[in-house]
Write a protein that binds this ligand. Structure first.
Ligand code: FAD
Length: 455
């Protein structure tokens, strides 16, 4: 028998932002229902950020050991994938069990409902036969799934997405990665460093196509040095699975591989979730929101589906904005000028705000400054593995940075300083008046500033 169940707030989809909002709202005393069809916590802890970064930590150690003989003495390391797979299974994902997330949310007072939820009007969500009715409203956090590519034959093959890659118990002898974005590049380097023969196929004319072209060239060059084949600007005609191998037809010729990883884009999980019942377009590619993450009457949206960057930190930040709006405490307005992104390749590529091309498209009076890390004192000391660069993008009319890239060892950490500068609109003159610790990698920012001519 169907039931109508009242509450204060329903969180539909418990990814990082939804989980955060559900916990905080429940701790504030609201009656919160969280609806999840899969694992509470979403993609990041089970199939995304956390397990992939555990892989990367191990792969970086393999590379570092390989460098040791040049600076410290011979080191011997036998890359052992089972250690990585076991660490992910036990430490990262608890064998893909969300118990710890559930305990935390229940501890805060959230009622968790397992199942596929669907909007059924303002403040209403249907799960199976039951309808939950929220006095305050619904927070939508349904996230993304790997995009299905329109490549002939592909769907009939047992290809990997990020989900199978995170569960890989064994290393494929050869791996083709379709997609040279952040996820594709990170995983390509991991599998290569552990011993797979890896080819990256990218239809755009360069890998990491949303980043500065300088960083695409840097990573492509280093991948080539490591033995990873990168083919950009390709056309992928079809995929077959024959006698246990994949056959990928690329630019008219066949590439055979033991495993195929498709890491080319993500689709928002907003089809068939009842957007039309709250007056929104069910065919839209993302859910539009205002600065307080309001999308419709009694509906807030957070996370990848909002189209402001598919990152855990964006989802959680938006969750904070929603909590503030629902509790009426601080009035936070979401601000995306300084969204930081880090591709955890080695070297890491950290970037924030606008690329030079984007800034020019916006008609800003663009000035850029560069520095190469190998030319810095710290780069010289570091030697092997010192590749990287700093690129600053300034708006000369306002005298502030609007974007920056820090690629190199700990590039994502160096980025923090630049993200603050972009976020707080610190005048370039103020940054130029600072002194940076010697001999750090981030001191190269001073050299990049020297190249910026704001006159
Ligand atoms: C391999 C990989 C590596 C990544 N690395 C990073 C990284 O290093 N740093 C970073 O910031 N980001 C990273 N990301 C991105 C990050 O995982 C996401 O941005 C993050 O999970 C936030 O997503 P979200 O909040 O939109 O929801 P998601 O995490 O996608 O979760 C949405 C939840 O909603 C549930 N759901 C969907 N529809 C329904 C429904 N109808 N009913 C009930 N439940 C539903 C889903 O089951 C899911 O649990 C990575 C992603 C991948 C795939």
């Amino acid at each position: 028998m169907s039931e109508t169940l009242p509450c204060d707030v329903i969180v539909l989809g418990l990814g990082p932002g939804g989980e955060f909002a559900a916990q905080k709202l429940a701790e504030a005393g609201l009656d919160v229902v969280g609806v999840e069809r899969d694992l509470v916590g979403g993609e990041c802890p089970f199939y995304g950020c956390i397990p992939s970064k555990m892989m990367i930590r191990a792969a970086d150690l393999v590379a570092e050991a390989g460098h040791a003989d040049q600076l410290a003495g011979p080191a011997s390391l036998t890359p052992t994938w089972s250690l990585v797979a076991e660490r992910i299974r036990k430490q990262a994902t608890n064998d893909w069990n969300d118990e710890s997330h559930v305990i935390r949310l229940r501890g805060a007072g959230v009622r968790i409902v397992r199942g596929e939820g669907r909007l059924a009007g303002p403040g209403r969500v249907r799960v199976g036969e039951d309808e939950y009715v929220a006095a305050r409203g619904v927070v939508l956090n349904t996230g993304t799934s790997p995009a299905k590519l329109p490549i002939d034959g592909l769907e009939a093959t047992p290809y990997w997405t990020n989900r199978e890659a995170m569960k890989a118990g064994e290393l494929p002898a050869s791996l083709v990665v379709i997609g040279g974005g952040a996820i594709g590049c990170e995983l390509a380097q991991v599998f290569s460093r552990f011993g797979s023969d890896v080819t990256v196929l990218e239809v755009a004319d360069r890998i990491l196509a949303v980043e500065e072209p300088e960083t695409s060239s840097l990573i492509a060059r280093l991948f080539a040095d490591e033995g990873i084949t990168v083919r950009a600007g390709v056309t992928i005609d079809r995929v077959d699975h024959v006698d246990g191998s994949f056959v990928v037809r690329v630019d008219g010729a066949d590439v055979r591989t033991d495993q195929l990883l498709v890491a080319a884009g993500r689709s928002n999980n907003i089809r068939d979730i009842g957007l039309e019942t709250v007056g929104l377009d069910p065919a839209a590619s993302s859910v539009e929101t205002d600065g307080r993450m309001r999308a419709a009457d009694r509906l807030w949206a957070v996370g990848d589906i909002t189209g402001h960057g598919a990152f855990t930190h964006v989802s959680m930040y938006q969750g904070e904005v929603v909590v503030a709006d629902i509790l009426g405490s601080d009035s936070l307005e979401a601000d995306y000028r300084a969204v930081a992104r880090v591709t955890f390749t080695d070297p890491e590529v950290g970037s924030v705000g606008l690329t030079e091309a984007r800034a020019r498209e916006q008609g800003l009076s663009v000035r850029v400054g560069h520095a190469q890390l190998p030319e810095s004192t710290r780069g010289w000391i570091h030697q092997v593995g010192n590749d990287g660069l700093i690129k600053l993008v300034a708006d000369a009319s306002r005298g502030v940075l609007v974007g920056a890239t820090a690629a190199g060892p700990a590039g994502g950490e160096i980025l923090g300083l630049l993200a603050l500068a972009v976020h707080a609109e610190v005048p370039v003159a103020t940054i130029s008046g600072m002194h940076f610790a010697y001999p750090t990698f981030h001191r190269a920012i001073a050299s990049a500033l020297e190249e910026l001519d704001l006159s």
